[in-house]
Design a protein around this ligand. Sequence first.
Ligand code: ADP
Ligand code: MG
Length: 372
Amino acid sequence: MAASASPLVEFRGVEKRYAAGAAAAVAGLDLAVERGEFLTLLGPSGSGKTTTLMMLAGFETPSEGDIYLDGRSLADRPPHKRNMGVVFQNYALFPHMSVAGNIAFPLRVRGIRGADAAAKVEAALALVRLEGLGDRRPDALSGGQRQRVALARALVFEPDLVLMDEPLGALDRQLREHLQIEIKRIQRALGLTILYVTHDQSEALTLSDRIAVFADGRVQQLGPPDTIYERPANAFVAGFMGENNRLAATVITQQGDQCAIRLAGGQIVRATAAATFTPGTAVVAAIRPEHIEMGEQPLPCCNALDGRVDQLVYHGDHRRIHVGLDGGGSLIARVSADRDVKPGDRLAIGWCTDRCFVFPAADGSNPGGEGS
Ligand code: ADP
Ligand code: MG
């Protein structure tokens, strides 16, 4: 009763240092994974995602804190007694075994053999749509098929929880998107709980019920994809999740979560404050290219600025317009490909106050966004 009301997994105050005196790879981690959810750890390379998964799988030990499965501490439970399926980038198939042999391996480890095992292997092959390929060797499969086998091997023993660390990282984009849909289908069909790691924000947005954005070993924000995208909690998240214009500014006044700021070029605009600021504070205003409105006439929205088209960049289905603001500063707006604009055109631009977020300027974190 108490156990089923608790989250499936709970990290409590978990910290990991790989060596005494080294910087923490993971710090202050309090994170609950609910039953049946698809939770993604998203962040740049080195942010602590793999370390978090390795501690849960039991291949690394927390330096501090504890991890609970079904309300029970995992501290003294070895990896093979945690009943978790794992699909890791570096956890390859056994090359000398057939596909069926690979998938049967976790069953053998658990003492399941014979007709019972064969039936489970068949069902797992069907689940990942590889019927009839059980006799092949891994080297006779495509990269996408190999990842399907890895998935089948992780699911065949009906684990409580599946951990996936960049499972699609080595595949090309089309195949990756195809397998994302497959993973989601399987998760829904089996009601699986999945803890997934990626540095790819579009993959995280596509797959997840919730996303934990990692940077420097800490969770920066935890929430559903639309909240992470539309209401970033800090400058790091705003910079990491998709494209953002970042404008240096100074706070003039604030009322509730609305504030007036002065941009570096002197223009005064209204925006949504992500924290409480005293007047004069140096801040960064973040606004997405698709949220910038443009017209030849002055715009009716509350933030109306004037500028000129510096440059146009074609992206197939849309174009990006580099706009130089009157008074100084520049930003990038996104418009449909057929919109009639050319370099040198004068433009009125603006945005809704709730589309522009103001963060402390000295936020420290580097919104790099690259990673592997
Ligand atoms: P991510 O998966 O987000 O790329 P990792 O968890 O692999 O991040 O790494 C987090 C930090 O811990 C990095 O600074 C990395 O260099 C360090 N680290 C990871 N594994 C080890 C290890 N086995 N020994 C020492 N340091 C490690
Ligand atoms: Mg990693």
